[in-house]
Design a binder for this molecule. Structure first.
Ligand SMILES: Nc1ncnc2c1ncn2[C@@H]1O[C@H](COP(=O)(O)OP(=O)(O)OP(=O)(O)O)[C@@H](O)[C@H]1O
Ligand SMILES: [Mg+2]
Length: 251
């Protein structure tokens, strides 16, 4: 079976700092992979390579079995990869519908922005994909008044609408309330149910454990190990994380 995404021996340095060293990993179709690791382990650097934001120094990237030589952000999008950050990616002063279609506006046959269509689609998406029926979250409302969880929801809806099937979430629960966090975890489970793939990064082992099929542990730029969540208890995984933090290895 070809992997949805495969990395072979990916390395990346920033000056003297070896952020990633010989990372080999994969993500399958319809698989949620959790990335765990302490601050500075290289998680964000890794996803920035996957999303075309950084170029690796060495190593190879494959999408659906095809090697991609010079991955850029637009190219990664074309390949179905979308990233959900906390808030950052949304334009706060803009309306919900503008945020959904930012950079990929719908146009009518005369080439003009099709505002009606975008508003209509936004309302449909918010109800169908997110179950948002609150009047505060209408197509015309301005994003800056949304809660953190609602903002995350917008980013996820956008990713799904544009047919992304590998969704990368880098610490999406940061700053969210408990209830919003629970909703976010449900979105990620929805990605899985929809047959798509995800890479989920979070400092909270419990969050990662509850959504991931497989967990990859990074330590100081290298893969320290990986587990299928069905083969390990949350308790054991937590213990192992402490152990890695203390000793730099899993066993
Ligand atoms: N643009 C950059 N320039 C210089 N050094 C960088 C850059 N990006 C990352 N680094 C360094 O690479 C290492 C890995 O950073 P990275 O952000 O990938 O870690 P992380 O696992 O995402 O950490 P955190 O959990 O704190 O988000 C760190 O030592 C960091 O300082
Ligand atoms: Mg990070």
């Amino acid at each position: 079976m070809t992997h949805r995404l495969e990395l072979k021996n990916i390395s990346k340095s920033f000056g003297e700092v070896k952020s990633l060293q010989n990372i080999t990993m994969h993500v399958d179709q319809n698989e949620v992979v959790g990335l765990l690791g302490d601050n500075g382990a290289g998680k964000s650097t890794l996803i920035k390579i996957i999303t075309g934001y950084h170029q690796p120094d060495t190593g190879e990237l494959f999408f659906n079995g095809q090697k991609v030589n010079h991955l850029t952000v637009p190219k990664a999008r074309e390949l179905g990869v979308e990233t959900v950050y906390q808030e950052r990616a949304l334009a706060d002063q803009q309306t919900l519908w503008r945020n959904i279609f930012l950079g990929r506006e719908l146009r009518n046959r005369f080439g003009f922005l099709d505002v009606n269509k975008m508003v209509e689609e936004t309302n449909r998406l918010m109800i169908e994909s997110m179950g948002f029926t609150s009047g505060a979250v209408a197509a015309d409302s301005v994003i800056k008044n949304f809660s953190g969880g609602e903002k995350q929801g917008v980013a996820i809806v956008r990713a799904l609408y544009f047919k992304a099937d590998l969704i990368v979430l880098d610490e999406p629960t940061m700053g969210l309330s408990l209830q919003e966090t629970r909703k976010l975890i449900e979105f990620v489970k929805g990605i899985k149910r929809a047959g798509k793939s995800a890479i989920f990064i979070d400092h909270n082992v419990f969050h990662v454990y509850s959504v991931a099929d497989r967990v990859i542990v990074l330590d100081r730029g290298t893969v320290a190990g990986e587990f299928l969540t069905k083969d390990i208890t949350l308790n054991d995984l937590t213990e192992k994380m402490y152990h890695v933090a203390e000793t730099g290895h899993l066993d």
